[in-house]
Design a binder for this molecule. Structure first.
Ligand SMILES: Cc1cc2nc3c(=O)[nH]c(=O)nc-3n(C[C@H](O)[C@H](O)[C@H](O)COP(=O)(O)O)c2cc1C
Length: 302
């Protein structure tokens, strides 16, 4: 009922772990598969290891999570080792994610990470929490997205996914530029820029002062981004942002998404969130007489 084909790979269901939620070790990613994920995206990696931002890096509220982890990761060499181990444990589709501070770093990372048995390569061009180090996210600029997409396509044969930002005022233009430059798919969206202030302390709560908003509050924003992008381009989309229920996941698919990213739901509904959400999807589909996801994909787009 939930089987999904994405760029010629079969997914047992359309739910994929979003990047940065459960790290990149083989053990953690494999456990996520055992908890029902149809595919997994690893934490974004850079050429060298990064410690990330000092604490506090994350706060959670009823309707949103705010994080500024600062892209902490063990670097691409360690990541490759973990991806090899993961594929020895299962055949579930694995999406690696990379980020760099300069166009050329993406090319170099793509080359290095292609040594691993990954199925897809996501380019994180949209992290809102590291602007003091790297400047404006690349996902704000059609030129930057074009250059990086072309550079990475030259360096790897692995299908690439461009991850976009809901903070870009022209997200459909950015998606079009990615498609024209050769991207195989889009992931929309990353977190939305935000902040929190401790009134008694009279200062921002996060050490980084600002961070990225995810979780239920992001859902309607992400849904509209996915709908707008799907109305504009032909390549498939991973609809990510605030999905915490089967109903949300089906709405993402009706907006045109092929796969659905699951991030903060792991916090709100536990590590078994994937199984819970697929059960809810199947229940709604049965009640509504929907036999498979193809029947409803993009059904709202006219
Ligand atoms: C703690 C945390 C860390 C994240 N790290 C990354 C990351 O390394 N790379 C990336 O592309 N997105 C990262 N994200 C963004 C998520 O992949 C996702 O796009 C976003 O959280 C929206 O989905 P959600 O509302 O389902 O969590 C992170 C999100 C959170 C909450």
């Amino acid at each position: 009922m939930l089987q999904t084909n994405f760029l010629k790979k079969q997914f047992s269901n359309p739910l994929v772990l979003a990047s940065g939620i459960l790290g990149l070790t083989a053990a953690s990613l494999h456990r996520t598969v055992q908890n029902g994920a149809g595919g997994v995206t690893a934490k974004s990696v850079s050429l060298e290891p990064r410690p990330g931002h000092p604490n506090p890096v994350i706060i959670s509220k009823k309707y949103y999570i705010l994080n500024a982890v600062g892209l902490s990761n063990p670097g691409v060499v360690e990541a490759v080792k973990e991806f090899i181990k993961f594929k020895q444990l299962c055949a579930t589709p694995l999406i690696a994610s990379i980020f760099g501070g300069h166009h050329d770093e993406f090319g170099e990372l793509a080359e290095k990470i292609s040594a691993a048995p990954i199925d897809f390569l996501e380019l994180n061009l949209s992290c809102p929490n590291v602007s003091h180090e790297f400047g404006r996210p690349f996902a704000f600029s059609t030129e930057a997205v074009t250059i990086i997409t072309k550079k990475v396509k030259e360096k790897t044969k692995i299908p690439i996914i461009i991850k976009l930002s809901p903070n870009a005022s022209n997200i459909t233009e950015i998606a079009k530029a990615a498609e024209a430059a050769g991207a195989d798919a889009i992931c929309a969206v990353n977190t939305l820029s935000g902040m929190a202030i401790d009134v008694k302390m009279r200062q921002p709560i996060l050490h980084n002062k600002h961070g990225g908003v995810s979780g239920p509050a992001l859902f309607p924003v992400a849904l509209k981004c996915v709908y707008d992008i799907c109305s504009t381009i032909k390549i498939p989309i991973i609809g990510t942002g605030g999905v915490t229920s089967g109903e949300d996941a089906l709405a993402m698919i009706m907006a045109g998404a092929t796969l659905v990213g699951i991030g903060s739901a792991v916090y709100y509904r536990g590590e078994n969130a994937f199984n819970k959400i697929t059960d809810e999807m199947e229940k709604i589909m049965t009640e509504e007489g929907i036999k498979n996801l193809e029947e409803i994909r993009g059904i709202c787009i006219h």
